[in-house]
Design a protein around this ligand. Structure first.
Ligand code: HPA
Ligand code: ZN
Length: 310
């Protein structure tokens, strides 16, 4: 790969810690799991298979030390790529589902974040397959840590199984605590899912690529300055888009909607942020446009004290 992509100073805003676990780190945590076994799990295609693999890898994180190691490895890797600001999503909904101690895990990962040279903040995520009580519990935990590195609140999982509107009280609780909202929407579902996310007060949209199907929605995103966190390789691997060259990134950007490039689950999708910039070039972005994308990625970070270093 050309060093152009790596040398760009970049912010990464949509990155799940659990999806960053490399086969070598898993093998280090669980010597009985071979790297080949991990590679086979990660190679499965389609959105349902992805959710299953995500659950599988999350279950391997058994202790606060495992989470700390995952964070240390990830931040070390991001440094080699000139990532100079990061917001990591922690699947707190999954931690609750595993009946683990969220406070102990967050203390462990946040300690690693503070040691890093990269400004690193957190987004707590709930699972939309579960009910409102579950989402409220995640919102309360996020609110408790609002002055301790948590800057955002969101949701993941299968959009087809729950509209964001079901969870309005949880989003409101997070907002009252000063958190910003970044729900996944319009990834595998439809434009309506993005409208619902806007209605609950989303400040950024995770994925949002289905917005391309609705000109009125594209206008609204542009007018309100709501950016889409686009994850090209993820969309290809999960089948959210059929093929790289069918990806709507170019059309969305041409409609004047702000976009940010991200990796989503870099180990699972075998990508890096630098490679995502390369993919965007394959979709017709010039190097000047890529420089601009990298510069503006900082502007959408939820921690406003941290601006672009450029
Ligand atoms: N979409 C839905 N759920 C997820 C994702 C995603 O991109 N990443 C991790 N869980
Ligand atoms: Zn995601």
């Amino acid at each position: 790969m050309s060093s152009f992509y790596r040398d760009l100073k970049k912010a990464e805003l949509h990155l799940h810690l659990e999806g960053s676990l490399e086969a070598s780190t898993i093998h280090e945590m669980h010597p009985n799991i071979s790297k080949e076994e991990v590679a086979a799990k990660y190679a499965e295609k389609g959105f349902s298979a992805f959710l299953e693999s995500y659950k599988w890898v999350s279950v391997l994180l058994e202790t606060p030390d495992h989470y700390a190691l995952a964070t240390r490895r990830l931040l070390g890797q991001l440094q080699t790529e000139n990532v100079e600001y990061v917001e990591l999503t922690l699947s707190v909904g999954v931690i609750l589902w595993k009946q683990q101690n969220v406070a102990a895990i967050f203390d462990a990962v946040n300690k690693e974040a503070r040691k890093s040279a990269i400004p690193c903040f957190w987004i707590f995520d709930f699972i939309r397959h579960f009910d409102l009580d579950h989402a409220m519990r995640v919102a309360e935990l996020a609110a408790e840590r609002a002055r301790d590195g948590v800057v955002g609140f969101g949701c993941g999982g299968d959009e087809a199984r729950g509209s964001a509107l079901t969870f309005v009280p949880a989003f409101q609780l997070a907002q009252r605590a000063g958190l910003r909202l970044a729900p996944h929407a319009g990834e595998t579902s439809n434009a309506q899912s993005v409208w619902d996310a806007l209605e609950v007060g989303a400040d950024r949209i995770g994925h949002g690529i289905r917005a391309v199907e609705d000109p009125a929605l594209l206008r609204r995103l542009r007018q309100d300055g709501i950016p889409l966190e686009v994850c090209i390789s993820s969309n290809v691997a999960t089948g959210a888009v059929e093929h790289l060259l069918c990806h709507p990134l170019r059309r969305i950007a041409d409609a004047g909607v702000s976009v940010i490039l991200n990796t989503d689950d870099p180990a699972m999708f075998g990508t890096t942020l630098s490679e995502e910039y390369e993919r965007a070039e394959q979709l017709g972005f010039s190097r000047d446009e890529l420089r601009l994308l990298a510069e503006t990625s900082f502007q959408f970070g939820f921690n406003k004290q941290v601006g672009s270093p450029q």
